[in-house]
Design a protein around this ligand. Structure first.
Ligand SMILES: NC(=O)c1ccc[n+]([C@@H]2O[C@H](COP(=O)([O-])OP(=O)(O)OC[C@H]3O[C@@H](n4cnc5c(N)ncnc54)[C@H](OP(=O)(O)O)[C@@H]3O)[C@@H](O)[C@H]2O)c1
Length: 233
């Protein structure tokens, strides 16, 4: 039986929105967040059902608790928001790096802090990292760093928040996600060649893996790569 809201931080677009849509379609109370209140409300209306939009900027962590003040009991918290930062150590954009590190590490933790008193007995948290954690590319320095830190964040939250379960999902490039579906065909093909399953991961498969990590009550402290076997190559 459902026992609280599904909160998806970064639920206005992309993978977070797919997870939000799944639970909204099954009658759950859902909160989706994005940077702007109006944008979050518009996305919530498109998702439909009992979905509400909240605007909050994870890069402004001091404002987060107030923005989430009227969220009720929480069963599932999904932390999926990202602002991508192409940043190399040789040509280092410190402001961009600080923004992503703040957003993904301090901001995510501040959301948990703001909601922790409202977690239901069987609450679970799902954090989105990414395969750049294990497979860096030129320009991924900040993304790789924060995705690596997601692994550690999972482990400390498992200990601090027990019995609340905490897991992370690390997708490879999701071929039909809004971020990547319009990539040049030659890049798409090169990625397929490096994936043992012979195709890229899909958004439906990310939703399926998200459900497994959120709903299976034995699963705790897992950092799950969803990559079609990319890490074996
Ligand atoms: N897509 C992939 O193939 C892929 C691969 C590996 C890992 N991932 C990871 O999966 C997660 C989702 O990726 P995605 O591609 O679905 O993302 P996306 O389509 O770019 O959506 C990003 C979401 O984050 C929100 N957001 C951005 N900046 C924010 C901020 N400062 N404060 C609060 N919310 C903010 C956006 O809201 P608004 O735009 O409404 O403000 C939006 O809802 C990310 O953590 C990403 O690193 C994705």
């Amino acid at each position: 039986m459902a026992s609280g809201t599904v909160v998806v931080v970064g639920g206005t677009r992309g993978l977070g929105r797919e997870v939000a849509q799944f639970y909204a379609d099954r009658g759950r109370d859902v909160v989706v967040t994005g940077r702007e209140q109006a944008g979050a409300e518009a996305s919530a209306a498109e998702i439909g059902g009992s979905t509400r939009g909240v605007g909050l900027d994870l890069a402004e962590p001091h404002t987060i608790a107030e923005r989430l003040a009227d969220v009720g009991d929480v069963e599932y918290l999904v932390l999926a928001a990202i602002e991508r930062d192409a940043n190399t150590v040789r040509d280092y954009d410190i402001e961009a790096a600080m923004r992503l590190v703040t957003l993904k590490l301090v901001g995510y933790t501040a959301v948990v802090h703001a909601l922790v008193q409202r977690f239901s007995e069987d609450a679970a948290i799902l954090i989105f990292g990414g395969l750049a954690r294990d497979r860096p590319y030129p320009g991924s320095t900040t993304v790789t760093t924060v995705n690596g830190a997601v692994t550690s964040l999972v482990r400390t939250l498992v200990i601090e928040l027990a019995p609340t379960r905490v897991n992370a999902l690390h997708p490879a490039i999701v071929g039909d996600s809004p971020q990547w579906r319009d990539m040049p065909p030659e890049r798409f093909e090169a990625l397929v060649q490096r994936t043992p399953t012979g195709r890229l991961v899909t958004m439906a498969e990310i939703v399926d893996a998200s459900r497994f990590l959120l709903e299976n009550q034995a699963i705790n402290g897992i950092n799950l790569a969803v990559d079609g076997g990319w890490l074996c190559m």
